[in-house]
Design a protein around this ligand. Structure first.
Ligand SMILES: Cc1cc2nc3c(=O)[nH]c(=O)nc-3n(C[C@H](O)[C@H](O)[C@H](O)COP(=O)(O)OP(=O)(O)OC[C@H]3O[C@@H](n4cnc5c(N)ncnc54)[C@H](O)[C@@H]3O)c2cc1C
Length: 490
C-alpha cells in the first residue's frame, strides 16, 4: 500500500493507540524498515473495531459492537482485507431498507417496508406546508427523509426536512425521475442510482448536505460487505504481522513536543513515567487527547484538537435462543424501530444454531446514543428490550433472550465518541479540519479517523495511517531513546 522506495530508513517510532489506524501505520512503518513499538491504553487492541463473542470456542455467536460493514467503494479497507488474506471472508451485508419484510416506524405504527411508500409520502407532504411538488419528487423526498430519520440523530433530523425540501426538491423536480422508480408498484425510489447519475444535485446549494448524503448513502448502500467470522480478524491479522511489541494497559497521560523528540508521559500505578521518543504517531481520538497534558503544540493545533466534533454511538445486542424474526418473514437487513432504539439489525446466523442467534436490537447515534449511553447498563438493556418487544413480542417468550451486551461509545473511556462528524460542513471546511488534524507538530505525528477525509469509517482511519507513514518517512532521522522516570514511576 505504501510505496516507500524513496522513504526507507530505520527510525524508532512510538505508536500510541492500537486501533486500526495505529496497527496499519505500525505494519507499514515496519515494512519500510523502521523499528516500531505500540502503546495501547486499554486492555485490548482494535479500538472501535470490537467484535463481542458470546462465549468461547469455534462457532460462537458474535456481534459487532463497533464497525460492522465495509462499503465496496472503500478502497483502503478493501485493499487491506485482500492484503491480509481475508478476501474470501467477505460476504454481503444487508442493511436498512434491503428487506421488504422488515419494519419501518411511521406515525401509524410499524409498517412493513414493502407497504411503507404511501404512508411516507403522506407524512412528507404534510411537512411541506402546502408547497406543491410532482409525485415523483415527493417519492424522492419521502424516501430520503425516511432514510435520514432512521440514521440521523435527533438534533440533525430537526433541520433535515427543511434542508431536503428547500435545497433539493426544486432541483430534483427538473430531472426525469421515472428511471429511478423501482418495485412492482413503482413506489420505491433508487436514491443511490439517482445521486450517481446526478452528482451536480448533490454538490449544489450550500454543500451542507454533502457529508450527510455521503454517510447515509454509504449506510444504505446495496454494495456493503461484512467479514464472516468477525471484523476483529482485520485487527488480529495485523497483530500477527507486526514484529514490534504491542503493549496494552499503557495509558498515555501527556505529550510534550521538543525540538527533535517527544516526551510521552504514561500512567504507572499511582504515578507516571516519562519516555523520550524520537518519533511519536498519536492515534488517540481528539475527544480524549484534549483532556491530556499537552505541551509544545501550536495554538492552531490546540484549536483543532479542541474543536473537532464527535458523535456518540450506542449498540445493544441480544443473544436470542433462536432467530425468531425468520418466522415473522424477516430474513435479514434491518428495521427502523424509532423511539429510543432507532435501528434494529438481523445479522445472519453464522455460528452453531444451537448456541443461539444475535439480534442487534438497537443502534443509535448522536444525542439518541447519549440518551441510552447515559443510562446505567441494566436500565439501558431494560429500555431497549421493552421498546423492541413492541415490534417483536416474541422477545418476551420465556427463555428467548439468553444474554444482553452493549457498548456506549460516547461514554467509553477510550474514545468518548463514536466518530467525528462533519455533517453540515461544506467541502472546504471539511478539508481545513482534516488538514489541521493531520498536520504534524515537530516529531509528533497524527493519525486516526479524525485526521481523514472519511471520518467515522475504517477507510478514513486507514487513509490517515498511510498518509502519516509517508510524512514520518520523509522526515530526517535522529538518534536515541532514553527513559526518564518521574515520581512514583516504575
Ligand atoms: C458503533 C460504531 C459503528 C461503526 N460502524 C462502522 C462500519 O460499519 N464501517 C466502518 O468502516 N466504520 C465503522 N465505524 C468507524 C470505525 O470503527 C472507526 O472509524 C475506526 O475503527 C477508528 O479507528 P482509529 O484507529 O482511528 O481509532 P480507535 O479505533 O478508537 O483507536 C484508538 C486507540 O487509542 C486508544 N487510546 C485512547 N486513549 C488512549 C490513551 N490515553 N493512551 C493510550 N491509548 C489510548 C484506544 O483504546 C484505541 O485502541 C463505526 C464506529 C462505531 C463506534
Amino acid at each position: 500500500m505504501v510505496d516507500g522506495s524513496a522513504e526507507r530508513g530505520a527510525k524508532k517510532i512510538t505508536v500510541v493507540g492500537a486501533g486500526i489506524s495505529g496497527l496499519i501505520a505500525a505494519y507499514e512503518l515496519e515494512q519500510l524498515g523502521n523499528d516500531v513499538e505500540i502503546f495501547e491504553g486499554s486492555s485490548r487492541i482494535g479500538g472501535r473495531i470490537c467484535t463481542h463473542r458470546f462465549g468461547s470456542g469455534e462457532f460462537t455467536p458474535f456481534v459487532e459492537l463497533g464497525a460492522m460493514r465495509i462499503p465496496a467503494k472503500h478502497r483502503y479497507t478493501m485493499d487491506y482485507v485482500e492484503k491480509l488474506g481475508l478476501a474470501d471472508r467477505l460476504a454481503d451485508f444487508r442493511t436498512l431498507f434491503s428487506e421488504e419484510g422488515a419494519y419501518h416506524t411511521t406515525s401509524a405504527g410499524f409498517i412493513r417496508v414493502r407497504d411503507a411508500a404511501q404512508k411516507l409520502v403522506h407524512e412528507f407532504r404534510l411537512g411541506l406546508n402546502g408547497t406543491r411538488y410532482c409525485d415523483d419528487a415527493l417519492l424522492f423526498g419521502a424516501w430520503l427523509t425516511a432514510i435520514g430519520n432512521a440514521i440521523a440523530p435527533a438534533n440533525f433530523r430537526v433541520t433535515l426536512r427543511n434542508d431536503i425540501s428547500v435545497e433539493l426538491l426544486k432541483l430534483v423536480e427538473k430531472v426525469d425521475l421515472k428511471p429511478f422508480l423501482r418495485g412492482d408498484r413503482r413506489d420505491r425510489f433508487d436514491l443511490h442510482a439517482f445521486f450517481a447519475a446526478h452528482p451536480e444535485i448533490r454538490s449544489s446549494g450550500s454543500g451542507r448536505l454533502n457529508r450527510f448524503l455521503d454517510d447515509i448513502l454509504n449506510e444504505t448502500s446495496p454494495e456493503l460487505a461484512r467479514l464472516e467470522g468477525g471484523m476483529d480478524q482485520l485487527v488480529h491479522r495485523l497483530e500477527d504481522n507486526i514484529r514490534g511489541p504491542i503493549l496494552c494497559n499503557q495509558e498515555v497521560l501527556g505529550l510534550d513536543v521538543q525540538d527533535d523528540h517527544v516526551l510521552v508521559e504514561f500512567r504507572r500505578g499511582t504515578g507516571t513515567v516519562v519516555r523520550r521518543c524520537d518519533y511519536v504517531l498519536c492515534t488517540i481520538p481528539f475527544s480524549i487527547l484534549r483532556s491530556l497534558r499537552l505541551n509544545g503544540l501550536s495554538p492552531d493545533k490546540r484549536a483543532v484538537i479542541n474543536e473537532v466534533a464527535y458523535w456518540s454511538a450506542t449498540k445493544v445486542a441480544f443473544l436470542c435462543r433462536e432467530p425468531f424474526w425468520e418466522g415473522d418473514g424477516i430474513t435479514g437487513g434491518a428495521s427502523f424501530s424509532g423511539g429510543r432504539v432507532r435501528q434494529t439489525y438481523y445479522p445472519p446466523v453464522e455460528a452453531d444454531p444451537a448456541r443461539g442467534a444475535v439480534l442487534l436490537a438497537s443502534y443509535t447515534m448522536g444525542d439518541d446514543a447519549d440518551v441510552l449511553g447515559r443510562l446505567p447498563q441494566a436500565q439501558r438493556h431494560e429500555v431497549v428490550l421493552d421498546e423492541v418487544a413492541r415490534m417483536h413480542p416474541e422477545l418476551l417468550r420465556p427463555g428467548m433472550v439468553v444474554d444482553i451486551v452493549s457498548r456506549a461509545w460516547g461514554q467509553y473511556r477510550w474514545s468518548r465518541g463514536g466518530g467525528v462528524t462533519r455533517w453540515g460542513k461544506d467541502a472546504m471546511a471539511c478539508g481545513v479540519e482534516r488538514d489541521g488534524a493531520a498536520r504534524p507538530e515537530g516529531r509528533l505525528f497524527f493519525a486516526g479517523e479524525h485526521c481523514s477525509s472519511t471520518t467515522a469509517w475504517i477507510d478514513g482511519a486507514i487513509e490517515s495511517a498511510v498518509n502519516a507513514v509517508h510524512k514520518i518517512s520523509r522526515t530526517q532521522p535522529s538518534r536515541c531513546t532514553v527513559a526518564v522516570a518521574r515520581a512514583g514511576g516504575v
